[in-house]
Ligand binder design. Structure first.
Ligand code: NDP
Length: 307
């Protein structure tokens, strides 16, 4: 059975950054890219808030560069998906999808989180063409235009408030007759003149043309329908962390995110480190993920050198 000093799971900014650092430390990391090579960022287009690119950079290009940088430094990047992990003793045992098993002296989990979508075919069709799950990432492209946010939680309110500072009009589409968000966030929404909350509405269809989203067909709980002209649709109905593999093995919080020791990337199992959105639901930014990927690599290096 092949045995590695360190294995990284995930190929977003956290995973690649960890691979870059561990390669430079001569620890020969093996990185499994997982289901979505490049991670969540590959579902967006231009990135204007990743430092170092004065004119912005295409998201796929940014991820391609990170991958190439890791490869150039000697990382072993594999396309396989890890389907099972056994963290009960070291070396850890990982099962790859084809059934092969490998051993790892240390593990960095950077499997990310997945935004929840409504599941409408028209929503999938316009993903990246007006449909987004990240206002901070994509809001800028809708300056002075009308947009809608789906959801009634804190994220939806935050995203609506952020979008209201850029856009002409923001509609919040909320399926219940009330918001679930904290009082403070609700107050902020109700006090923002260019946010209108549409209670008891669901999105029935995303409308568009070859250039992208042009509107929404909404259905009220009483069955009536209306059309809303918007250029962008932002989903804020929650994320779920990709931690199914680790249930019962790593300490997770109530939402399923990996718990780490404050200020570190150390998980509840010695030799297992977590980085990126899988342990950081609050910030969900590429630069924050890359930063925690660096932390995980440094923590991992220290761990391996101490053995
Ligand atoms: P939440 O689970 O709190 O809210 C999700 C919202 O999406 C709810 O209004 C829910 O409606 C709605 N929703 C879910 N599925 C659908 C659907 N299929 N169609 C329409 N609407 C749907 O998620 P958040 O991401 O907002 O927050 C997650 C956690 O993070 C919370 O604990 C929140 O407080 C916290 N948070 C804190 C922030 C802060 O403190 N600044 C900022 C952001 C998040 P319904 O109510 O009907 O279920």
């Amino acid at each position: 059975m092949e045995r590695y000093k360190t294995v990284i799971l995930g190929s977003g900014p956290a995973g690649y950054t960890a691979a870059i650092y561990l390669s430079r430390a001569d620890l020969h990391p093996v990185l499994f890219e997982g289901l979505q090579p490049g991670g969540q960022l590959t579902t967006t287009t231009l990135i204007e808030n990743y430092p170092g690119f004065a004119d912005g950079i295409d998201a796929n290009q940014l991820m391609g560069q990170m991958r190439q940088q890791a490869l150039n430094l000697g990382a072993d990047i594999r396309t396989g998906i890890v389907t099972k992990v056994d963290l009960s003793s070291r070396p850890f045992r990982l099962t790859i999808e084809e059934g092969a098993e490998v051993e790892a002296e240390s593990l960095i989990v950077a499997t990310g989180a997945t935004a929840r979508y409504l599941g409408l075919p028209s929503e999938t069709k316009y993903r990246g063409m007006g449909v987004s799950a990240c206002a901070t990432c994509d809001g800028f492209f809708y300056r002075k235009r009308d947009v809608a946010v789906v959801g009634g939680g804190d994220t939806a309110c935050e995203e609506a408030a952020y979008l209201a500072s850029l856009c002409r009009q923001v509609y919040m589409i909320v399926r219940k007759p009330f918001l679930r968000a904290s009082q403070a966030m609700q107050q902020r929404v109700f006090e923002t003149p260019n946010i209108e909350v549409l209670f008891e509405y669901n999105t029935a269809e995303v409308l568009g043309d070859e250039a992208g989203v042009t509107g929404l067909r909404l259905r009220k709980t009483d069955g009536s329908e209306r059309t809303l002209d918007v250029a962008g649709l932002f989903l804020a109905i929650g994320h779920h962390p990709n931690t199914e593999l680790f249930e019962g093995q790593l300490a997770l919080d109530d939402e399923g995110y990996i718990r780490v020791e404050a200020g570190t990337s150390r998980t509840s199992v010695e030799g297992v480190f977590a980085a990126g959105d899988v342990m950081n639901p609050r910030y969900r930014q590429a630069i924050a993920a890359a930063g925690t990927g660096c932390m995980a690599a440094l923590d991992c290096e220290r761990f391996l050198r101490s053995k």
